[in-house]
Each structure stands twice: as structure tokens, then as C-alpha cells.
Design a protein. Structure first.
Length: 133
């Protein structure tokens, strides 16, 4: 998998998030590999079922603030594994996120999402911002 494929999947992840699209989010997560999700302030979620249930809960929240991201950067971590690091902006707070993708059936699939508060985030520029709404 080329890092650009993971970056495209990363954009799809944030688009699913911003559109509160459970089906799109579910399609992005690995069906064959163990997965981990660390939402800010939540306990660790291990396994696809717990992770998808968490997204259902988040998307069902009528007060869920919009999410945007910027400054995505990808790194190959080995054959078929790419990490994408980016910055999320949620309700005026900026968090740093790591999204780890593995190749599954020729497509990048998430096996890790971790997001947490970033004390000194970079400023988003017009070139690296993506409004996924």
C-alpha cells in the first residue's frame, strides 16, 4: 500500500466522521485484524464490535460537534502498513491523531485510531486543510 492510499482513506475517515455516516465508518475498519480505538477521555476500545458501537454512540449524539482535520502526514511502517498523523479540530480544541492502516483485500483499513489533546498544534494552512463537510 502506498502512503497516498492511506491518506485518501484518512480523508474518507474524517468525511464519515463529519457526515455521521456509520456505514462509511464501518467500511473503513478492518474486518480481519485486531483493532484498537482510543477516543479522548474514553477507556481503550479493543475489537471491531466495540469500536463500531462507539461510533454509533458518537454519531447518535445530537450535540456532537463538527470535526475537521489538517496537516496529514503519512509514513510507511512496513509492507502493507501506513501510519497517518494529523490534527483534528473539535469544538475549538485541537488534537493530534494517529490513524494506522493495514492493507486488506487491496484496500487500506483502519486498525488503530488514537486522538488526544495537543498543547502546541501547528496552524492549519489553506493548502493542508480539508473541509470534509
Amino acid at each position: 500500500m502506498h502512503p497516498s492510499e492511506a491518506e485518501f482513506a484518512n480523508e474518507a475517515f474524517y468525511m464519515a466522521f463529519s457526515r455521521l455516516d456509520v456505514a462509511a465508518m464501518e467500511a473503513l475498519w478492518s474486518a480481519r485484524h485486531e483493532a484498537v480505538c482510543l477516543h479522548p477521555g474514553w477507556p481503550a476500545l479493543i475489537g471491531r464490535e466495540a469500536i463500531i458501537d462507539s461510533w454509533r454512540s458518537i454519531f447518535a449524539n445530537p450535540d456532537q460537534p463538527p470535526v475537521t482535520f489538517h496537516s496529514a502526514s503519512s509514513r510507511s511502517m512496513g509492507p502493507g502498513i501506513v501510519a497517518v498523523v494529523c490534527y483534528e479540530v473539535v469544538a475549538g480544541s485541537t488534537m493530534v491523531a494517529t490513524n494506522l492502516f493495514v492493507e486488506e483485500d487491496g484496500q487500506p483499513r483502519l486498525v488503530l485510531h488514537q486522538s488526544g489533546i495537543c498543547a502546541r498544534p501547528p496552524l492549519a494552512s489553506v493548502e493542508d486543510s480539508l473541509d470534509v463537510n
